[in-house]
Design a protein around this ligand. Structure first.
Ligand SMILES: NC(=O)c1ccc[n+]([C@@H]2O[C@H](COP(=O)([O-])OP(=O)(O)OC[C@H]3O[C@@H](n4cnc5c(N)ncnc54)[C@H](OP(=O)(O)O)[C@@H]3O)[C@@H](O)[C@H]2O)c1
Length: 261
């Protein structure tokens, strides 16, 4: 088993109260990092679970789509831990019913909300963090959590698919422009992951599960820990020559159709 060492590194993880964010936070805490988890609402039970791994964890209330919240997140991180070495842009929204609508009926308000969080939030926070990294002069690593839907579109979720395609390109733009400062930027596209939300939406229903997994060659959803280890690889010094890459962790979903022709 690969053991990553994040001792002395400070990591910001947005959406850290959500399932993928908290699994990632737990793993990097176990690997010795200082961790700041950010989100709009603190969940005491998640913080308690994270503190079982290490006391070097702090929650900062932050709506990533608000520039002033992002500035506060970065300054609180530097105040407590002295620097930001790694940023994981994990927070994001998609939208459940009744927001899932055909393209020609998609609500403008919801389109704007998704773009303002998934794209603008990632852009704002990355800009503030990269300025701090450049000023500190020690480089850094940024991992953007996107989605396979940013590669292959899905019906009824045009805002999410466009937002995640935007994140995919933003990662490459950032990699290109931040490399001279020794800041690496990589992208991770999860496929369908078993979380509290996806369980209540479809994995609790065998019929919906079968329908969904018919597109997934590995015939199972991913585990949050399988995303967390991908983040750890991209964030760690072990991937020191990797920048602008896109790591797809999706059980083969985006390889193509699984049916015979
Ligand atoms: N689960 C999957 O199958 C899957 C597949 C592909 C991609 N992804 C991506 O993976 C990431 C994490 O997904 P997840 O399944 O762990 O989702 P989740 O459980 O819903 O977690 C997302 C977290 O983001 C936070 N968040 C939402 N809007 C925010 C904002 N404006 N500012 C700060 N935090 C905000 C939410 O907390 P608050 O609402 O309290 O702020 C929530 O804790 C997302 O970017 C998602 O698009 C997930």
């Amino acid at each position: 088993m690969i053991r990553y060492d994040f001792t002395g590194k400070t990591v910001i993880i947005t959406g850290g109260m959500g399932d993928i964010g908290k699994a990632t936070a737990r793993k990097v805490l176990e690997a010795g990092a200082n961790v700041v988890v950010a989100g709009r609402h603190e969940k005491p039970e998640v913080m308690e679970w994270l503190r079982q791994a290490s006391e070097n964890v702090m929650f900062v209330c932050c709506d990533i789509s608000k520039w002033e919240d992002d500035e506060n997140l970065v300054s609180e991180t530097i105040r407590r831990f002295g620097a930001v070495d790694i940023l994981v842009n994990n927070a994001g929204i998609n939208g459940q019913q009744p927001e899932r609508k055909p393209f020609h009926e998609y609500r403008h308000e919801f389109w704007n909300e998704v773009i303002s969080i998934d794209v603008n939030g990632t852009f704002y926070l990355s800009q503030i963090v990269s300025r701090a990294m450049i000023e500190a002069g020690k480089g850094g690593s940024i991992v953007n959590i996107s989605s396979v839907m940013g590669i292959n579109p899905a019906r009824l979720q045009c805002a999410f698919t466009v937002a995640k395609a935007g994140v995919n390109m933003l990662s490459r733009v950032m990699a290109l422009e931040l490399a001279p400062y020794n800041i690496r930027v990589n992208n991770l596209c999860p496929g369908s992951i078993l979380t509290e939300k996806t369980y209540s939406k479809f994995y609790s229903d065998p019929v919906k599960t079968e329908k969904l997994l018919s597109h997934v060659p590995m015939k199972r959803p991913g585990k949050t820990e399988e995303i967390a280890v991908g983040v750890m690889f991209l964030a760690s010094e072990e991937s020191g020559y990797t920048t602008g890459a896109n790591l797809v962790i999706d059980g083969g979903w985006q390889c193509g159709f699984t049916r015979d022709w």
